[in-house]
Ligand binder design. Structure first.
Ligand SMILES: [Zn+2]
Length: 198
């Protein structure tokens, strides 16, 4: 489709029109970007922090196994896993605050015992199922015990579900305790060293 000079002239009169095909190409490019952004899972899930914050730590000691990873839904109303499930050593094992903050919620949501810590900067951690003796408003340091993990979230395996939100957006908690940048991931097993050329 081409836009004749009369048509373009009616819509955008004046000497500014020098290339008639440029507006059409610009609109097509904008539409293409809109489609790419709409289809991109990164745009829907949010971009994790480029480097992990220095003052966050694992909420369990020793460092736990991840039984179920972060798997956010493509759209807020779809199902997914809005946190990570971390294996705990035993029923009742202590879970600790991953960063300094203030307890903003302790209580039961539907049938799960939940504790939420507000870390400031819009970031909140929630853990469940956790029974806590702390009260709302209590200040907690990084590494301070929040409560004991109860069974029920991972079937027979004792585990704690940890979610991190910035505002209403769920983030990958792993981004706060592990460096997610591929270029700096260290190999677990040393690579075999090739024979040097002699
Ligand atoms: Zn979970």
């Amino acid at each position: 489709m081409t836009i004749g000079p009369e048509v373009a002239g009616h819509e955008m009169p004046g000497p500014a029109i020098t290339g008639r095909s440029v507006p059409v190409r610009t609109v097509a490019r904008a539409l293409l970007w809109a489609i790419i952004l709409a289809l991109s899972p990164v745009a829907a899930a949010g971009v994790p922090p480029p480097a992990r914050p220095a003052d966050w730590r694992w909420p369990l000691d020793p460092r736990p196994a991840v039984l179920r990873p972060f798997d956010p839904p493509a759209r807020p109303w779809l199902s997914g896993h809005r946190g990570v499930d971390l294996r705990v050593a035993y029923d009742g094992a202590p879970v600790t605050s991953p960063a300094p903050g203030t307890v903003s919620f302790v209580g039961v949501v539907v049938d799960r015992a939940v504790i939420t810590v507000d870390h400031g900067n819009g970031l909140r951690s929630s853990f469940e199922p956790v029974e806590s003796g702390l009260a709302t408003g209590a200040a907690v340091a990084a590494g301070e015990v929040l409560g004991g993990v109860r069974s029920g979230h991972c079937g027979r395996d004792p585990c704690v579900h940890w979610s991190v939100r910035r505002g209403e957006e769920y983030l990958n908690p792993m981004a706060f305790v592990m460096d997610q940048r591929p270029s700096v991931l260290l190999p677990v097993v040393p690579e075999p060293v090739p024979e040097p050329h002699r």
